[in-house]
Write a protein that binds this ligand. Structure first.
Ligand code: S3P
Length: 429
């Protein structure tokens, strides 16, 4: 796609949108459907590029997956139903696909070659490959298995006790998926709580997993049974409209069907601390993933500090929180967020450079950023740098800009939110 001119200087955002399916849960629904026994049905699946990469990899492993609109049918034959692929497994731009897939393949006694796009080629894989090698998988790759392309031959895994060196749901999930195939019980100790969709999904598929604070225990050799999964809306996608509704004068937006899993709602806590007018109507707290509607209105904001245990609960929302902070009175400090450097782009650099081009005043730090508010945003030429969340954040920033804004590389947005611009256009007054 060519560069696009973004909407600027708008008068308000009014209306309601139904938030598309959660990316993390959509990936896991395919993976669990594939490793369970029987026919899994998934509704409200996210048809973003990343989740399509997951479907494509599992088809290459011999799993029958049919897609009709946003509904999937997956015929699972257990871990042992996966077959040696005769093609490369290409994960595209998706870190979740490659890391969780390696956890599954670590227990399979066959050869795999894994590749991805340029951005995947820069993302660290030793956080997953090192512990999987300790469990018994044979993994090699560029720079001793640190980066793609990677080769993996699994089988005969040993269980272990492992303290995760990073707060990462991707690493935790990969090791749980390997643990399900290992002899004995695997114990994982997290540094901080991260999204728990994998744990919830194991239970939904009839398996058992124990959780005691930051310690997780999972037994190998469990047989999972097919399930029916309704994917809730992605709070990480809703985040762009949550922030837009607060910072654009004269706005009131209702967001329907938003996943409200407490391991993902850090952004709501931060917005409330900054003074945002947010009303939450929880529909179903008891279901496998809690869901609700959110109503948001233009609000006066003040700066805050975002740090510590909340960081993993809002890690993907930091780009849009940075934009929010440019519209708050005073200083906002984001720290303990060095993980931003190893996302689809180095998100400390891309957020700071791109928003400053538009007139914001943000300093990069080693583990986050310092944002001086309130800034008047002007205009200019900005780039997503191939990072979906940077592209969407800039499209929301442009709504406040007085002059023309051109976005380079807008196609990256289809990774997680293919109809983002349709939703945005439907709200503009
Ligand atoms: C994800 C976990 C997070 C997040 C990513 C999706 C997942 O990564 O940034 O977008 O689905 O498990 P880390 O767990 O590596 O921080």
């Amino acid at each position: 796609m060519k560069d696009i001119q973004l909407q600027t200087n708008i008068k308000g955002l009014i209306g309601e949108i139904k938030i598309p399916g959660d990316k993390s849960i959509s990936h896991r629904s395919v993976m669990f459907g594939a490793i369970a026994h029987g026919e899994t049905k998934v509704t409200n699946f996210l048809l973003g590029e990343d989740c399509l990469s997951t479907i494509s990899c599992f088809r290459k492993l011999g799993v029958t997956i049919s897609v009709k609109g946003n509904e999937l049918q997956i015929i699972g034959k257990g871990f042992e139903g996966l077959n040696e692929p005769n093609e490369l497994l290409d994960v595209g731009n998706s870190g979740t696909t490659i890391r969780l897939l390696m956890g599954i393949l670590a227990g399979r006694p066959f050869f795999n070659s894994l590749i991805g796009d340029k951005s995947i080629g820069k993302r660290p894989m030793t956080r997953v490959t090192n512990p999987l090698k300790q469990m018994g998988a044979q993994i090699d790759g560029r720079e001793n298995g640190a980066y793609t392309p990677l080769s993996l031959r699994g089988g005969n895994l040993k269980s272990f006790t492992y303290e995760l060196p990073v707060a990462s749901a991707q690493v935790k999930s990969a090791l749980i998926l390997a643990g399900l195939q290992a002899k004995g019980e695997t114990t994982l100790i997290e540094q901080a709580e991260t999204r728990d969709h994998t744990e919830r999904m194991i239970r939904k598929f009839g398996g058992e997993i124990e959780k005691d604070n930051l310690t997780i225990r999972v037994k190998g050799g469990q047989q999972l049974k097919a399930a029916t999964i309704h994917v809730p809306g992605d709070i990480s996608s809703a985040a762009f409209f949550l922030v837009a509704g607060v910072i654009v004068e004269g706005s009131e937006i209702t967001l329907r069907n938003v996943g409200l899993n407490p391991t993902r709602t850090g952004i709501i806590e931060v917005m409330q601390a900054m003074g945002a007018d947010i009303q939450i109507h929880v529909q179903d707290e008891s279901s496998f993933e809690p869901v609700g509607d959110i109503v948001i209105k233009t609000s006066k904001l003040k700066g805050t500090v975002v740090q510590g245990e909340i960081i993993p609960r809002l890690i993907d929302e930091i780009p849009i929180i940075a934009l929010l902070a440019t519209q708050a009175e005073g200083i906002t400090i984001i720290k303990d967020a060095e993980e931003l450097k190893v996302k689809e782009t180095n998100r400390i650099d891309t957020v700071v450079n791109e928003l400053n081009k538009l007139g914001a005043s943000i300093e990069a730090t080693d583990d986050g950023m310092i944002i001086h508010g309130k800034s008047e945003l002007k205009g200019g030429k900005v780039s997503s740098h191939g990072d979906h969340r940077i592209g969407m954040m800039l499209a929301i920033a442009s709504l406040l800009c007085k002059e023309e804004v051109i976005l380079e590389n807008p196609e990256a947005i289809s990774v997680s939110y293919p109809n983002f611009f349709d939703h945005l256009d439907s709200l503009i007054k």
